[in-house]
Design a binder for this molecule. Structure first.
Ligand code: TRP
Length: 332
């Protein structure tokens, strides 16, 4: 008997170009899951809208940019369904039904919500959609009856809420949804070229889409150990943003490099040179795939359109089951 593959759903908000942290942490993980699972990868544009509703102009370009990064990284449209959330309207219908059974205090006490309301002062987050962010995420997951959800640690509260909403739904209306499990993607600790956390908003990122020249320029100008002023000074590799990248990209050579950095034999310029060589090797297949993707006009859009069609088939089928569970078979 054929073994049925389990379903995975995960998503990202389209905030534009992805950096190598996304590649190492999330995308490589998704790529490894493609054979073993039935995968749905979602561009979560409605989720982006919960906080970016005032600036929608960039959204379309951001979606495309992200899809190109996904394909360049190696997500395969033959294996996985890549789609745009806002094009599968059933997500909105399920979100609405789930909103009826989600008690307000569950959302108000959600740690990600509380944190963002307290910390983000430059955007107005006092809207109903933002409070409902986890309900929308629950709808994304449950509508495909996904049983496994790859996420970073920061998303755990949302997955816990998804499970609570799922149990509540099943208790009220019958066993429709499997309770989804999370699968943590380990995000490597990466610092940007200025020594702060690598983040697009800090302007310190090495992007997946950077050319060899762009990456070289960034690495050359990057911050290293501030106590090591010149070659010969003893270095402190732990905490050096470039050494963190060495750990990943030059893993075989690292024990020797560490010793030489600490003793002073290895200067930062030579260390960076080696990093750049190894980074280039790792990025080469990705850069080649990007070129192929961009060479075919509208290829990324086409992948999303085809993926959306496939996602819609499953979403429609499962929504029919949901309606029947909630309203009964012969509802008006
Ligand atoms: N909230 C997720 C994030 O910011 C993105 C997301 C939207 C998601 N829907 C999802 C992740 C469903 C997993 C499953 O990272």
């Amino acid at each position: 008997m054929p073994v049925l593959k389990k379903t995975i759903l995960s998503g990202m908000r389209p905030t534009g170009k992805l950096h190598i942290g996304h590649l190492l942490g999330v995308l490589n993980n998704w790529i490894n899951l493609q054979d073993e699972y039935n995968c749905y990868f979602e561009v979560a544009d409605w989720h982006a809208l919960t906080s970016e509703f005032a600036s929608t102009k960039q959204m379309s370009a951001n979606i495309k940019e992200m899809a190109v990064d996904w394909l360049a990284a190696g997500l395969d449209p033959e294996k996985s369904v890549m789609f745009v959330q806002s094009k599968v309207l059933e997500h909105a219908e399920l979100h609405l039904l789930l909103s009826m059974i989600t008690p307000l205090p569950w959302l108000e006490r959600c740690p990600t919500y509380k944190e963002q309301i307290n910390e983000i002062k430059d955007k107005d987050l006092s809207n109903y959609g933002f409070l409902g962010y986890p309900v929308l995420q629950a709808a994304d997951i449950l509508i495909y009856k996904a049983s496994v959800v790859p996420i970073g640690q920061d998303q755990l509260p949302h997955l816990e809420l998804t499970r609570e909403i799922c149990r509540r739904f099943n208790n009220l209306y019958g066993n429709v949804f499997p309770e989804p499990l999370h699968l943590f993607t380990t995000v490597p600790k990466l610092l940007g070229t200025d020594g702060r956390k690598m983040s697009k908003s800090y302007n310190n990122s090495i992007f997946i889409s950077d050319t060899q020249e762009e990456a070289a320029k960034k690495i050359k100008g990057a911050f290293t150990d501030p106590k090591k002023m010149r070659k010969g000074d003893p270095g402190h590799p732990d905490g050096c943003p470039m050494f963190m990248l060495q750990n990943i990209y030059s893993s075989e050579a690292v024990p020797g490099l560490r010793k030489d950095c600490e003793s002073g034999v290895l200067g930062c310029a030579d260390c960076k040179k080696m990093l750049l060589e190894n980074l280039s090797k790792a990025m080469e297949p990705i850069r080649e795939r990007r070129e192929k993707v961009l060479a075919k006009k509208d290829f990324a859009e086409e992948v999303l359109r085809e993926g959306t069609k496939k996602a819609e088939i499953t979403a429609k089928k499962n929504m029919a089951e949901v309606r029947e569970a909630v309203f009964g078979r012969n509802y008006v």
